[in-house]
Write a protein that binds this ligand. Structure first.
Ligand SMILES: Nc1ncnc2c1ncn2[C@@H]1O[C@H](COP(=O)(O)OP(=O)(O)OP(=O)(O)O)[C@@H](O)[C@H]1O
Ligand SMILES: O=P(O)(O)OC[C@@]1(O)O[C@H](CO)[C@@H](O)[C@@H]1O
Length: 314
């Protein structure tokens, strides 16, 4: 079982527009809402593709109610921890070529009691977890070492911990030695404190983190695929998508595909191929819609054990 925790979930509103015109009234061609936030997307993708998963999240206010309704409707298993504040709503404006502009709220303030209730709920779920997946930004009020604490708690319960976040919460988690992290290009550059302009530099940065105690580093590189580095291997994988519709949640689907294979004992290379397939499938779907089995059928993944280190990464 894969348990995800999303301290800062969001109802995602995706609005399709002919073009984003800053400072003007933009009329929508269509709009949709999805239950969102990175860990929730991971659980939604796993559920859609038949891997057992449970999402733990704080919820409050009308958007919180909407969130639980959307999750129930989607058949997603979840534990909602009530909070005083109001769950956020994030907006994505998507142009016809897939260009996506996101407007993310900071999220509600979580009081100390809210954070304690979230941790208490997680403690109840850990006995049935193989992986704990901690994802997304932290809302105001949650201490920066929240994910680092989860890494320690996971280790105490012999549960592997994956972290997908950014900035200080990710840096603190990395110092605690998680089993897996999934930064994208920018998050990795911020983590190691240096711009990364080629695939070779990305790989070197990932090796540096593995040497420092992270079990595996999977770097998602958008249209340039993804690379997995651990103490035994460095593998790159990518898939071509001709008509990208929305990249929102592609990284979450990549992580879900990867963990679905790791959980069942498959090797990291096979897991990377699955993750790349799920990520590419997500890009072909609107909003943060997660793929079904049918969406994975015609995706061809290329892998390389000796990726060209000079390839520029944008
Ligand atoms: N245009 C694309 N073509 C093919 N595959 C893509 C494309 N964009 C994304 N992917 C696949 O999806 C994976 C995740 O995408 P990306 O690197 O954009 O994640 P991310 O920045 O973490 O996204 P998010 O935070 O919105 O989930 C990539 O590693 C790649 O496998
Ligand atoms: O503000 P955060 O927590 O960094 O990211 C939140 C978010 O952008 O991430 C998901 C896509 O990965 C969306 O469902 C959601 O709106």
């Amino acid at each position: 079982m894969i348990v995800t925790v999303t301290p800062n979930p969001s109802v995602d509103r995706t609005i399709t527009v002919p073009a984003v015109r800053v400072g003007e009234v933009n009329r929508a061609l269509s709009s949709r809402i999805d239950p969102g936030g990175k860990g929730i997307n991971v659980t939604r993708a796993l559920t859609s593709l038949g891997s057992p998963s449970l999402a733990v999240l704080p919820t409050g206010g009308p958007e919180g109610q909407l969130m639980t309704q959307l999750l129930t409707r989607a058949g997603v298993a979840y534990r909602a921890v009530p909070i005083v504040g109001q769950t956020r709503m994030n907006v994505a404006a998507v142009e016809p070529d897939g260009t996506t502009t996101k407007l993310n709220e900071a999220g509600p303030v979580l009081e100390g009691t809210d954070t304690a209730a979230l941790l208490q709920q997680l403690a109840l779920e850990l006995p049935s977890a193989d992986w704990l997946v901690a994802c997304g930004s932290l809302p105001p009020g949650v201490p920066d070492d929240f994910y680092a604490r989860l890494v320690t708690v996971g280790r105490e319960h012999a549960v592997r911990v994956a972290v997908d976040s950014s900035g200080t919460p990710l840096a603190a988690a990395v110092a605690a030695g998680p089993d897996l992290i999934k930064p994208n290009h920018e998050e990795l550059a911020e983590l190691v404190g240096t711009p990364l302009t080629t695939l070779g530099e990305v790989i070197d940065a990932a090796h540096e983190l593995v040497a420092g105690g992270v079990g595996a580093v999977v770097v998602s590189l958008g249209a340039d695929g993804a690379v997995l580095v651990d103490s035994e291997r460095c593998v790159w994988a990518g898939a071509r998508v001709t008509k990208p519709l929305s990249t929102v949640g592609a990284g979450d689907c990549l992580l879900a595909g990867l963990l679905s294979e790791l959980q069942t004992g498959h090797d990291p290379e096979r897991a990377l191929v699955a993750g790349t397939t799920w990520g590419a499938a997500a890009v072909r779907l609107p909003g943060s819609v997660v793929p079904t089995t049918a969406d994975l059928q015609d995706i061809e993944v290329t892998i390389s054990h000796h990726p060209d280190p000079t390839i520029p990464i944008s």
